[in-house]
Ligand binder design. Structure first.
Ligand code: FAD
Length: 306
């Protein structure tokens, strides 16, 4: 289903069922691609609203992103959302990709600016103390996610999701400017907001207060990362500038060398967080499942006991 239809009411669907989505990324080897589709087969049983496929900022896997979207949509027969960012590409290249997506029947997009790849010569790690954007537009490219949304929106075929940042994006001057930019993305044509991951629902609820106050009416779907290991969660938190709250950090130290224990704790934490989010009325849950199904499956089973 198109994203604009799916989240039309901004609430769980008429059956009270939240719309679940799973985010995947293009694997590095053909063997891993086959494994990915085994994961898709298992996750399909939860009747997800869609699978989404990330789009690399480095350029090397972008064709693969589109090929995998084609396979998801036309071979696996699942609803598919293709991420697109504007890093290092001309407008022409992106327009070609939009044409390819349309030809394969994919209408759902997640429109991003993206972060410059770390191997770019002038890459500087981001920090709140140095908020100036590290993003340099391609000479013939779009200058912002808003420009990409506006372009894609010209063709009513496309239905467009955008990102939101419960803890304020690290390049934003402050909360007010971050929310103002989110409003611009929605006004440009974003019909649903999918959030960055977070490990304390308080961040999400505070964000929702600001979203409502700003008069943004697009539905907001929280992004959930079930913790798989201590090293993984620290890496992701650093990458996404997500806070690991003291209570979570205290638990994690117990599982420094115990991935199984960390994953079990991750399932408990995600189950608790998702339960509370669903009771608050979120229209869906977007799982950053990292091409693995076990933790997301367990969380969903915990949420829907047989
Ligand atoms: C659900 C989700 C999926 C993602 N998938 C991918 C992916 O597939 N590929 C990938 O490379 N990255 C992906 N990312 C990471 C994402 O690109 C980074 O988090 C990035 O730092 C910001 O997101 P964005 O690209 O949507 O940027 P934007 O939302 O366009 O910009 C980030 C922030 O910078 C500020 N800003 C930017 N431009 C302006 C402007 N012109 N004026 C004022 N303020 C501005 C705003 O505060 C804004 O919130 C994903 C993130 C999320 C949350």
């Amino acid at each position: 289903m198109r994203l604009d239809q799916l989240y039309k009411s901004g609430k769980p669907d008429q059956t009270g069922k939240p719309d679940i989505s799973f985010e995947l990324f293009p694997p590095k080897t053909p063997e891993a691609v086959e494994k990915l589709f085994e994961t898709v087969g298992r996750l399909k049983r939860f009747q997800p609203a869609f699978f989404s496929m990330t789009y690399g900022a480095g350029g090397t896997t972008r064709d693969l992103t589109l090929d995998l979207c084609d396979r998801l949509k036309n071979k696996s027969g699942v609803e598919t959302t293709c991420h697109l960012n504007i890093i290092g590409q001309s407008k022409q290249d992106l327009l070609e990709n939009l044409k390819r997506l349309k030809a394969m029947g994919v209408y759902n997009l997640l429109a991003l600016r993206g972060d410059p790849p770390k191997d770019q010569p002038d890459f500087k790690p981001a920090s709140r103390l140095e908020p100036a954007s590290r993003f340099k537009p391609h000479p013939d490219g779009f200058h912002s996610s808003v420009e990409l949304i506006e372009e894609a929106r010209k063709d009513p075929w496309f239905s467009i999701a955008v990102t939101g940042f419960p803890e304020v994006h690290f390049e934003a001057k402050d909360r007010a400017s971050d929310i103002a930019y989110l409003k611009r993305k929605v006004s440009a044509g974003g019909c649903v907001i999918i959030t960055q991951l977070f490990f304390d629902n308080a961040y999400f609820f505070e964000f929702m207060g600001h979203v409502k106050k700003a008069g943004i009416t697009a539905p907001v779907v929280p992004g959930i990362l079930p913790i798989l290991s201590v090293s993984q969660v620290r890496r992701f938190a650093d990458l996404c500038k997500a806070t690991i709250p003291p209570a979570v950090a205290k638990e994690l130290v117990k599982y420094e060398n115990d991935d199984e224990g960390a994953a079990k704790y991750g399932i408990e934490l995600s189950t608790r967080m998702c339960g509370e989010l669903l009771r608050s009325g979120v229209p869906g849950l977007h799982f950053y499942c990292l091409n693995r199904s076990v933790s997301a499956e367990k969380v969903l089973k915990n949420l829907r006991p047989a």
